[in-house]
Design a protein around this ligand. Structure first.
Ligand code: TXA
Ligand code: MG
Length: 324
């Protein structure tokens, strides 16, 4: 079992910062999901992150920073687009992929010549970054491929036997990971839809390309199967009628918004009864985890419209439902 530290306690932040500087791992809250943090400049600590998550070494990590100014320490080629995006969306759920400076270990970036940077908006994450005085490499604090954690208890259940410290900071407000935007090419490319919507990004820098395929070479972490519970997930097409389970089956149903459902489902959950994307995203991963704990034969899940945060939700649902 890992020790919970209360993120509201300044002593707890000092303890966690000391541990990070000593090369240990600390799980901490961000506004998107809980991260598994390591000193990004310490190769051995970063190697531990890959080991604990069972993460393949080809999948690079996001480096978290306390402020916009520190981006220039670790990246070059910060152009006008990068600057306006940082000004508009940092701190917040936007990760920018920029040309890396040699200071960042190759292990962090999986040997790429780019580095992913983000300033998180969670006050505890920011306090930890300031107290540590180092960039923190942090993937989501879950075993590779599984549903991401949005509470400290999720982290305890998933990785509690492998790490020593978890900072408790309540449920994550955004609930899906940051949007990953590549800025090293001439055209900006969205590699992963997330907490900042594509519409919001386009309102600042104009048209962006969206990596649409399930696997994009520029985005090593986007595997067809990801964010997946163990139970079989069946994703319904948008506005499809809800099927009727066989009486012999135990089936869970996850609805986006409130709508009439016939009998036969063991459990019915709503991501947001009023059909609100923000609320749905915040509930998404916890709902998938609850469904995984029910011992049902399968889970039917409704699609959501693909605009705004709906894109990030559908990206996660498609990957969660993929079988291999
Ligand atoms: O919201 C988030 O971003 C959370 C919290 C903890 O900050 N972190 C997170 O990390 O989702 P992770 O490791 O689960 O996802 C990182 C994503 C992967 O898809 C990875 O391939 C991509 O960022 N990435 C990182 N560095 C990259 C690079 N240099 N080029 C392209 N993609 C990169
Ligand atoms: Mg992840």
């Amino acid at each position: 079992m890992a020790t919970f530290l209360d993120g509201a306690d300044p002593h707890a932040i000092t303890t966690a910062a000391d541990a990070l500087r000593a090369g240990e791992l600390v799980a901490f809250p961000t506004e998107t999901v809980y991260g598994l943090g390591a000193d990004a400049l310490n190769d051995r600590a970063v190697a531990q992150v890959f080991a604990v998550k069972n993460r393949p070494h080809f999948d690079p990590l996001i480096v978290h920073l306390p402020n916009q100014a520190s981006a220039r320490v670790y990246a070059t080629g910060i152009d006008y687009r990068a600057t306006v995006l940082m000004e508009r969306f940092w701190p917040g759920p936007l990760t920018l992929v920029l040309r890396k400076k040699p200071l960042i270990p190759d292990l962090v970036t999986a040997g790429l010549d780019s580095v992913a940077l983000r300033v998180p908006a969670h006050p505890i994450a920011l306090a930890l970054l300031r107290a540590t005085g180092k960039p923190i490499a942090a993937p989501s604090a879950n075993p590779f491929g599984y549903v991401s954690p949005t509470t400290a208890m999720h982290v305890q259940e998933l990785l509690g036997d492998k790490i020593k410290l978890i900072i408790e900071g309540g449920p994550c407000q955004v609930g899906v990971e940051s949007t990953v935007c590549l800025l090293t090419d001439k055209d900006a490319v969205i590699l992963r839809p997330g907490g900042v919507t594509i519409e919001e990004i386009e309102s600042v820098i104009g048209h962006v390309e969206v990596a649409t395929t399930q696997v994009d070479a520029r985005s090593p972490g986007t595997l067809p199967r990801h964010y997946s519970p163990h139970v079989v997930l069946q994703l319904l097409p948008l506005d499809a009628p809800i099927p009727h389970p066989q009486p012999s089956e135990r089936v869970g149903l996850v609805l986006f918004a409130a709508r009439p459902v016939g009998p036969g489902y063991t459990v019915v959950e709503h991501l947001s009864k009023r059909g609100d994307f923000v609320e749905a995203a915040a509930n998404l991963f916890a709902a998938l985890r609850r469904m995984d704990g029910l011992g049902v034969d399968r889970v039917v899940i409704e699609s959501v419209p693909e605009h705004g945060l709906g894109r990030a939700i559908m990206d996660r649902l498609r990957r969660a439902a993929a079988r291999s």
